[in-house]
Structures are given as structure tokens and as C-alpha cells.
Design a protein around this ligand. Structure first.
Ligand code: FAD
Length: 389
């Protein structure tokens, strides 16, 4: 019998997690093709440590070669169109790898992550270059250089409305900036302002600890305010308050890539049936996994991976194959810098278990160095599992 074709858009945590699971459990029945826009993957969680010099790119970037040797068919290209009625995925040549074409599928898993979209902020198009953040490779270097070279002024850090990928990353950025400025001996010449569009720094489970660390570090906190305008050296909040900045670390609001909307798969996010049934509300053969899915949970690596296992199970069940055990629950670590200015980041450990109602939060409110190490080990384990090294 001919193998059924599974196409996975996006070779990240969710896409590779789903691909690997499907091949392990039903490799005899399935041909799995992952299409990814870059010939490499870069892990997210420890990226903020690039600011302090505690993390380096070589440890968090992986190629797809070893995964391909283990049986995942990998195609490089930028997906810009999906036709769910014809069961086709169209991809264009991506920057460095030859290739464009059409992939036909029996099952499609959509897992391209998120797009950062600042278009609703007035002045963004003109002044985007003033806004760096820890989310993208080049931009984290820009932010690093600015924080390590500016000698006085105001650093503004911005978290957009939830949902966005990785709840603690903006406050991690704020505390890293404090740490570096303190380390350089210029913290006294800076105002550090954390503007949060949400009612508290995210995630809520550790907000009390983060707030008290902000207080101790002299970091000003503005909550429930969105940035609506960026100027050359100022931002404007939705209540009209204008704040001058020297350094701006801004995370743009997140959304799904445009091809999802154009294919009728969702507006801001991919419309799934439920957290355990990742099929599209209209198409039985189109599923989502990872940050792109409209899940009622935080967008993070554990949830992304768990949703990928559920999506894989949805297909495995239909094939009559063995499924994998999975539940929605995670443990995470949030960097909280080092208030004394030592380039030795401490972290909080926290968790949320969504199998209980209401979800059960846990945390250790004591920042510890060992948690920073644990986060690194956890990320490395993911990379080994999904990319083969
Ligand atoms: C700075 C930062 C810090 C983070 N911190 C944490 C943390 O502390 N804890 C935690 O649990 N999570 C954290 N995360 C979040 C975590 O990395 C994501 O939730 C997770 O990677 C989501 O998995 P995904 O597969 O949905 O997306 P990704 O892992 O981003 O994978 C998406 C893949 O799709 C590809 N792609 C995108 N568009 C297309 C297209 N059109 N065509 C082809 N390929 C495409 C991309 O190149 C990428 O390989 C952090 C993320 C970042 C960036």
C-alpha cells in the first residue's frame, strides 16, 4: 500500500516534534516531509543570555542534516500558499537554498511559529531600526551593542498584549539590561522602564517575584499600557504619555504568518477544534502544532511540543497506530538577571499544570543559578532529540 504523505510546514520545535513522532510510530505507513524556510534552526529559550555573553550562537543553532539522515525528508523553501481544497502546499525559493515547488499531502501539519508585526504602531515603519529585542538573531546583537555602549539615558522595554511567544522574555530582557548597566557601572545614569501591555509582567505565576525584583533594582513598571507610536527618540503610550528613550527593546505583537489567513485557516491564529484535537475546524486533514495554533495556553516550547504530540496522535489514531502519552503541563525557568551586576544570571523556576481545573501553578520564588543551568540543559536536550545532536 502506498504510504500516506504528511507535509509539515515549519521545522521547529513543533514541526520536528510531530515529524519525529509520526515516523517513530508509523514510519511504515507514512512519508513525512518537513518544509522549512532556513537550512538551520535556532533555539529560542536561552537567546536572552546572548546579551550578557553567557550564551553563544554555536550552542543553539542546528542544521537539519542529522535529522534527515534519521529519516525525516527535509525540503528548504518559504511556504507562501496553502490550498486546502486541492491539498497542496506551495513554497518559494528561500534565500540560500535552491528549490521551489508544490507539495501534495494526505495530511498537513501547519507549524511555522509566529510573525512579529509592528504595523499597527504609528511610526514603526520609519523607526523600526530603533527597536531591537532578544527574539531575533541580528536584533539581539543590536540590543547587546546598544546596552554595552550607551552611557546614560533611558532604556524602555516593551511587552505587547498576550498571547505572544515566551511570556517571561520581555522581563528577562529588562533584568538583563539592568544587570549589564550595573556591571558597567552606569546603571545610576539610566532610567529603566518596563512597559507591559498586560496587567502584570508575564507569566502571572511569577509576577509578584518579578515586581519585587524590579522594585529592588529601581526599575519603573508601567502596566496595562500599549505603545501606540514610536518616534525618533520617544514612544507614546495609549493614554497619551510620552517617554523618551535611548535604548528601546520592543517586542512587536505576534500573529500567525499571512498565508494562514489567506488559506482561510484562521485570522490571527490557526483555528483548531480543541487543545487535544488540533485539526482545523473545517478541514479534517489540516492540523496545527506549536505557537501558530489558537490554544488557550501560553506560547512556549513545552506547550508547542505537547501540541505537536497531540497533532501526531490525531493522525496516528486515524491510522490505527500506537499513540504517544502526552498532557498539557510545563516547567519553565525565567531569567531574572543579577541585581548586583555580576554577569551570572539567576533564574526562577515555575510551572503550570493544565490537567487540573483551574490550572495548577507552582514556583520557587528564590532566584537560583542552578535554574539557569537547568534551562540550558533542557534546551540542549530538545535540540539533541529533534536535530540529532
Ligand atoms: C527569545 C526567545 C525566548 C524564548 N524563551 C522560552 C522559554 O524560556 N521557555 C519556553 O518554553 N519557550 C521559550 N521560547 C518560545 C519557544 O521557542 C517557542 O514557543 C517554540 O519554539 C515554538 O515552536 P514552534 O514550532 O511553534 O515554532 P518555532 O520553533 O519557531 O519553529 C517554526 C519553524 O518554522 C519555520 N518557518 C516559519 N515560517 C515558515 C514558512 N512560511 N515556510 C517555511 N518555514 C517556515 C521557521 O524557520 C522555524 O524553523 C522563546 C522563544 C524566543 C524567540
Amino acid at each position: 500500500m502506498a504510504k500516506k504523505r504528511v507535509v509539515v510546514i515549519g521545522g521547529g520545535i513543533a514541526g520536528m516534534g510531530a515529524a519525529k513522532t509520526l515516523l517513530e510510530k508509523a514510519g511504515d505507513q507514512l512519508e513525512v516531509t518537513v518544509v522549512n524556510k532556513d537550512p538551520f534552526y535556532m533555539a529560542g529559550p536561552t537567546r536572552p543570555l546572548i546579551l550578557t555573553g553567557e550564551q553563544s550562537y554555536d550552542r543553539i543553532v542546528r542544521g537539519y542534516e542529522e535529522a534527515a539522515r534519521l529519516g525525516v525528508r527535509v525540503v528548504f523553501g518559504l511556504v507562501d500558499r496553502v490550498d486546502p481544497a486541492e491539498r497542496k502546499v506551495y513554497y518559494r525559493e528561500a534565500p540560500t537554498k535552491a528549490g521551489e515547488g508544490v507539495l501534495e499531502y494526505d495530511y498537513l501539519i501547519v507549524a511555522p511559529g509566529v510573525v512579529l508585526d509592528g504595523s499597527e504602531i504609528e511610526g514603526y515603519q520609519q523607526y523600526w531600526m530603533n527597536a531591537a529585542n532578544v527574539y531575533e538573531p541580528g536584533r539581539v546583537n543590536t540590543l547587546k551593542r546598544r546596552v554595552w555602549t550607551a552611557n546614560e539615558g533611558t532604556a524602555v522595554i516593551y511587552a505587547p498584549p498576550m498571547p505572544y511567544r515566551c511570556a517571561p522574555a520581555p522581563s528577562e530582557t529588562t533584568l538583563a539590561i539592568h544587570t549589564i548597566l550595573a556591571h558597567r557601572g552606569v546603571r545610576g545614569k539610566f532610567r529603566v522602564i518596563h512597559v507591559d501591555a498586560n496587567d502584570k509582567p508575564q507569566p502571572p505565576v511569577i509576577a509578584d517575584v518579578v515586581k519585587s525584583l524590579f522594585e529592588e533594582a529601581g526599575i519603573e513598571l508601567i502596566t496595562s499600557r500599549r505603545i501606540v507610536e514610536i518616534g525618533k527618540d520617544y514612544i507614546v503610550l495609549d493614554d497619551g504619555e510620552k517617554i523618551n528613550y535611548t535604548i528601546l527593546a520592543l517586542l512587536e505583537p505576534n500573529r500567525a504568518p499571512r498565508f494562514i489567513q489567506e488559506a482561510g485557516l484562521g485570522d490571527k491564529w490557526f483555528e483548531i477544534r480543541s487543545p487535544t484535537n488540533l485539526r482545523h475546524v473545517k478541514y479534517d486533514d489540516v492540523l496545527a502544532a506549536g505557537d501558530v495554533a489558537k490554544l488557550p495556553f501560553p506560547k512556549n516550547q513545552e506547550i508547542a511540543y505537547e501540541s505537536a504530540l497531540y497533532a501526531a496522535n490525531n493522525i496516528l489514531e486515524e491510522l490505527g497506530a500506537e499513540t504517544v502519552k502526552v498532557q498539557y503541563a510545563f516547567l519553565g525557568w525565567a531569567y531574572v538577571g543579577n541585581l548586583q551586576g555580576k554577569l551570572e544570571t539567576l533564574s526562577l523556576k515555575f510551572g503550570l499544570n493544565f490537567t487540573t481545573k483551574p490550572p495548577k501553578p507552582t514556583k520557587d520564588p528564590e532566584p537560583k543559578k542552578e535554574y539557569t543551568k537547568a534551562k540550558d540543559e533542557w534546551e540542549q536536550a530538545y535540540l539533541r532529540n529533534l536535530f540529532g545532536y
